[in-house]
Design a protein around this ligand. Structure first.
Ligand code: HEM
Length: 377
């Protein structure tokens, strides 16, 4: 048996939907946002999307960033490489559709910053953005180079605004074995819709009758950087933590059941008591309490190291969840749920949203097309 190179992990780039949403989440994330130069025209944005598409199509397949006939020496990814499952998902922020760019009519009606929430402590410098790239791969170096490549190509049109790295277990289910755990130690993602579920498409993708037409087969991405007060969380007993989430820490089962994937019993018992606490996270977020609203959560843990200024100068880990959710309609499927959580969720005492952004995610491109092409036709 030969010991040839391990097979390279390649996720197709072209397709009906952009990769990086319904595709398995690899271990590493680098989320990058960009500000458009105020003078950048619609034509400049179109050109940038063309360039990003061509380059992303190469990088995700492990090809050098530029074709052989150009001089690749200066590019970070100058030779063929193992893309380690790299996906590059591009999104458009509200400013792309400014009246000065002539794209206002194409703007998705609700695309704009989220309404303020009670527990928000948003840092404007680390919120919003006119463009985003969600880069995911099993290899952090691949992510760094890919994002650096796209950042270089944006020069003159858009420049970096904020970035956030994130991590989780590898995508390979054999290596993972169980649902990802977040930094609070709980399984996170149990109730997510799966791509094989019949409802998945209607939850995640903008549908044939939805407006605007250019966004059909695309999605909306809501990003929330949510810091965790882990000292406070870890001061609770396990039973107290479980009452906050509404699930057992070990198994991930709802407090009304024994298996992780048991359907939670949320209605009161005959004596009026609830098996799952009324103000627990899963009780408040449950679709039955939110007019059926569901979302695809594809977040990553983040760790920005020690923040010496936090906690009144006593220092604190700057760590938590980069919450990323993909939905067809971010008003009914995200904002309404977030509002309920803001009002009722016990978890609020242990988390603080410190960053926020919303992006329209264009559909995938077919070979020969570019991402967002429908916006300019
Ligand atoms: C740091 C912040 C958060 C943490 C630690 C957290 C943690 C969890 C955990 C442990 C679960 C149970 C397992 C699962 O089904 O995934 C869960 C479920 C869920 N979370 Fe969160 N979450 C956070 C923020 C949010 C936000 C901002 C939203 C949406 C606005 C949200 C919406 C949901 C939904 C919809 C469910 C599934 C409810 C169900 O159908 O049972 N979460 N979350």
């Amino acid at each position: 048996v030969g010991t040839g190179p391990a097979p390279r992990a390649v996720v197709p780039f072209y397709g009906r939907h952009q990769a990086g949403i319904a595709t398995p989440a690899p271990a590493h994330l680098l989320f990058a946002t960009f500000d458009l130069d105020p003078a950048a025209t619609a034509e400049d944005v179109r050109f940038l999307l063309q360039t990003w598409t061509a380059t992303a199509a190469r990088l995700t397949q492990g090809q050098p960033a530029v074709a052989d006939d150009a001089d690749p020496a200066a590019a970070p990814a100058a030779a063929a490489f193992d893309p380690a499952g790299l996906t590059l998902t591009v999104g458009l922020g509200p400013e792309v559709f400014s009246p000065e760019r002539g794209l206002a009519e194409r703007r998705p009606r609700w695309l704009g910053p989220l309404p303020p929430f009670r527990f928000d402590a948003l840092d404007p410098a680390r919120s919003d953005g006119d463009l985003c790239v969600q880069a995911c791969a099993e290899d952090r170096l691949v992510l760094f180079q890919a994002v650096r490549e796209l950042t270089g190509l944006a020069a003159g049109c858009a420049r970096p605004r904020w970035t956030q790295a994130g991590f989780g277990p590898p995508a390979d289910p054999a290596a993972r074995g169980e649902t990802t755990r977040n930094l609070q130690g709980f399984k996170d993602g149990t109730a997510n819709p799966r791509p094989s579920d019949p409802e998945f498409d209607g939850i995640v993708w903008v549908q044939p009758d939805d407006e605007p037409a250019w966004l059909r087969d695309g999605s909306f991405l809501v990003v929330r950087r949510i810091r965790m007060d882990l000292d406070r969380w870890e001061a609770l007993s396990v039973a107290e933590q479980e009452a906050v989430i509404g699930r057992y820490k070990d198994s991930g089962a709802p407090l009304s059941g024994t298996d992780e994937f048991d359907t939670p019993i949320l209605a009161p018992q005959e004596d009026g008591d609830h098996l799952v606490p009324v103000h627990s996270h899963i009780m408040v977020a449950a679709p039955v309490h939110n007019r059926g609203a569901r979302m695809l959560r594809r977040g990553y843990s983040y760790d920005n190291g020690w923040d010496p200024a936090a906690n009144n100068g006593n220092g604190q880990a700057d760590a938590g969840l980069l919450f990323l959710s993909y939905v067809r309609d971010h008003v009914s499927q995200f904002i309404d749920v977030q509002r309920a959580l803001d009002n009722l969720d016990e978890l609020n005492a242990f988390i603080t949203p410190v960053g926020s952004a919303v992006f329209a995610i264009p559909p995938g491109a077919a070979e020969g097309e570019y991402l967002g092409q429908g916006l300019f036709e």
